[in-house]
Design a protein around this ligand. Sequence first.
Ligand SMILES: [Zn+2]
Length: 230
Amino acid sequence: MRAIVIRFAPRSGARSALAALRRHPCECPGRHPRTATITLGGMDKSFNLKRLDVKAFAQAGEDATGTTPLADFPRLAEESVRPAPAQPVHWRLHGELRHTAAGDAQPWLLAEASTRLPLQCQRCLEPVDTPIETHQWFRFVATEEQAEQEDELADEDVLALDGPLNMQQVIEDDMLLALPEVPLHDNCQPPAALQQETEGFAEAGSTRRNPFAQLAGLRGGPARGGENAD
Ligand SMILES: [Zn+2]
């Protein structure tokens, strides 16, 4: 199970694990493939990120790494302030079988991903280049009921194993969860127009007039008790 807090907590383990994925820093426009590239351990060529045979992948203790263009993650791409369809999303999957106390073998899957996106800085409204990294373990059980029950108590995400799994979607979900709630530059100023507006507000606040004086003004002169101004 994943608590909401996890998405903003630093994941130190992810950094080192992802270092191997990031062979170059992705700031080299035009040099990335527009289609996914995938490297497998010992598995056959039938590997499909959108239809992963989790059980076979885990049984084989398989590893797969790949690079998929941002265009293939449409919900994540929408978060970018500039269109960047070729921006590479690096990912890595690792599968293994682990035995429960009762002796049953359960498939486990580690999914990691990293990319950089220009998000909108919530202070100056300009793009802020934001690294996005994910590192999430998944454990697979037989039924939805079991998954729901066990997910409550588990650190990992517990999913029901029900046919091929769309890992591209799972990776996208993870990255959406890893987005900063409030993207900000380390150092920036609000835009000039916004600054003036804010100053204007402050001025209006400090010279706020007495409502009775204002009412008197409307009646054509200074307030004079109950007297009619006419
Ligand atoms: Zn900013």
